[in-house]
Design a protein around this ligand. Structure first.
Ligand code: CP
Length: 315
């Protein structure tokens, strides 16, 4: 693997998921692989899980890690070509990426969607610019359109927890007071399309994800019908893609409650976290024995570790 920007960068998902699960038996088995190699983590947005699990993954591989809160501590970057830089941006990505690449072996970047400019967000300009100018491997820690490390952790979690060969997996929209990006949902859809699963998306009308991503995935607008016989319920809010970045409704009828989970086949509850309790999901669901959000977050380490290992193997 040269870069990990999208789910499709994993060539054999089944094998990679298995290798990640195997890592859990002995996380420091490849402790020498990353010796004298440095991972640079650049955050344009906040993080808890991605930051800590990716650091831990690199440490397990023997790497050194440098972290920078880019939006707070560095110069504001210009990404447009040919701009007259007489505004607030002090440094161009062309220099910044090449400079950073001299200090490390792999760059990982988190840069959320603006949710104001659909065209620019869909061009994924920050992560794509790092890939273009750095000249070393780049890992996506959530970009404007994708969160592939989260999706890989989700696939690992489903593989570990499934009781049937082809589980029914439901991705459900849930309400949220703020406009949230589409990245987690997009990457979950992309990884589920590669899995042996009966995969259904449910959301209110107007919350359709990018059709280039959902393709022919089943969309069920009736959440209760979607939940029938589900083995996994994966919950996430996202803002409208059609009416880009807008919160169209905060209908609490879409909150995940015990009554709705009772419609399922004793489904496991999943969420990438952070989650707003009693808005997105009722306490009684997230605190229940069917909630696997903590196990899911734990798998972030092994998802990041297998990705870093694949990149180091190729170095
Ligand atoms: N799920 C996830 O990416 O969590 P953080 O935003 O805390 O990194």
């Amino acid at each position: 693997m040269n870069n990990y920007l999208k789910v499709k960068d994993i060539k054999n998902l089944k094998e990679v998921v298995k290798e990640a699960i195997d890592l859990k038996d002995n996380p420091i088995k490849f402790k020498n692989l990353g010796k004298n190699k440095t991972l640079m983590l650049l955050f344009f947005n906040p993080s808890l899980r991605t930051r800590l699990s990716t650091q831990k993954a690199a440490i397990n591989l023997g790497m050194d890690v440098v972290v920078m809160n880019f939006s707070k501590d560095s110069w504001a970057l210009e990404f447009e070509d040919g701009t007259i830089m007489n505004g607030t941006k002090s440094e161009h990505i062309k220099e910044a990426a090449k400079v950073i690449a001299q200090y490390c072996d792999i760059i990982a970047v988190r840069a959320f969607a603006s949710l104001t400019d659909k065209e620019k967000d869909e061009a994924d300009i920050v992560i794509q610019s790092f890939k273009k100018y750095a000249g070393i491997p780049v890992v996506n820690m959530e970009s404007a359109t994708s969160h592939p490390l989260q999706a890989l952790a989700d696939a690992i979690t489903i593989e570990e927890q499934k009781k049937v060969n082809k589980p029914k997996v439901v991705l459900s929209w849930a309400p949220h007071p703020k406009a949230l990006p589409h990245a987690v949902a997009n990457s979950f859809v992309e990884i589920m399309q590669l899995q042996n699963a009966n995969f259904v998306i449910t959301h209110p009308e107007g919350y359709e994800l990018d059709k280039k991503i959902t393709k022919n995935t089943t969309i069920e607008y009736n959440q209760k019908e979607a939940f029938e016989n589900a083995d996994f319920v994966y919950v996430k809010n996202w803002s409208s893609h059609t009416d880009y970045g807008k919160v169209l409704n905060v209908d609490t009828n879409w909150t995940i409650t015990k009554d709705k989970m009772n419609l399922t086949n004793n489904a496991k509850f999943m969420h990438c976290l952070p989650v707003r309790r009693n808005v997105v999901v009722a306490d009684e669901v997230i605190d229940s024995k069917n909630s696997i959000v903590i196990e899911q977050a734990n798998n972030r380490t092994y998802a990041a570790q297998i990705v870093l290992k694949k990149i180091l193997d190729n170095y």
